[in-house]
Unconditional design. Sequence first.
Length: 417
Amino acid sequence: MSHDDTPTALSRRTFLGHAGGLGGLALLDLLAGKRASGTELQHGALGTLHHTPTAKRVIFLFMAGAPSQLECFDYKPKLVEMHGQETPASILGTQRLSTMVKGQTTFPVVAPVLPLRQHGRNGAWVSDGLPSIASAIDEFCMIRSVYTEQVNHDPAIKFIQSGFQLAGRPSMGSWVDYGLGSDNDDLPSFIVMTSVGKGPSQNINSEIWSSGFLPSRHGGVLFRAGEEPVLYVASPDGVNGERRGAAIRTITALAGLQQQRTGNPEIQSKIAQYEMAYRMQTSVPEATDISKEPESVLSLYGPDVRTPGTFARNCLLARRLAERNVKFIQLYHSAWDHHAAHPVFHPVSMRDVDQATAGLVKDLKQRGLLDDTLVIWGGEFGRTCFAQGSLTGTTWGRDHHPGCFTYRSEEHTSELQ
């Protein structure tokens, strides 16, 4: 390599010094607390915090499609009293409506499809369609004053995940990873899982767990259902761990030299991702293997826990990742877009998530993890008090309602470490 090709002439000793080895990587970890790429193991951009926070991790159960707050947790006795009557102009006049009800001339008030009853020490209202959540309701607080600027699904989902209605901004999980760093040496700090329920669903894509303008290593890592949760992590046939490690070390060295020449920060992200992929060959199969979970734990989550890709299985995996100190775990469950046949589909969607949600909270609590884990449950907006379509039979639905909807959060925690 000539002086014209690179700013510094490389001797064999210099190249090996850059390339290092397994021992060199381990020494860097032990002495400097950094990867070969220079990325911090523990602290993110904020560095050492000025206080001792309560929460160490987040599990965000996102109900894509917008569950009806009126059917789940927000008890409105006036809906029962006024069922079938026209929505007052004083209410309808303040509503921001979607195009789904464009041309509709009547807006009859509709009661919840299932009764809500009070549960727990504080008498929280919970639908009869969520009996398992009702049994654990004392572990949650209700936030009934959530609102959004968006009235359509795609921008509303982006808005609640990133604070902006268009793609290109970092998701909240990316910000947490960037600002606070990782507490696990062998798993990504931000992990995403998706599931689809039995009702009408909304499309979920990687834009909403993107790192946006932050370095790409802060983006969410999608865990898929099946034998290979992360694509291309496993070594190809005929390539053992030693050869894979040697390749990663060589790529790291060459990429490091390129980064020195160009100053491109994205190269450092790629180096960190190569190294993480190498460690994930062992850590991911171990974290996603539920074969040793006792029957008493599996029963908390319900029968669907045995099926990969279900919301129940993902909830169990979320607990396993929380045990391994993954800082931000995002579960998207798409099943709540009930513009028609709402009386049919909404109870089904509630049944899809009820036992597994409560099982996750109970499982975290029995392991001592609930006190430092922030669990969040909610969607992109709520649903209207009036019917979309004709109130005859079970064909009616509920339209989008961005003005006021409900979120639930596990109540012991208030700050994130």
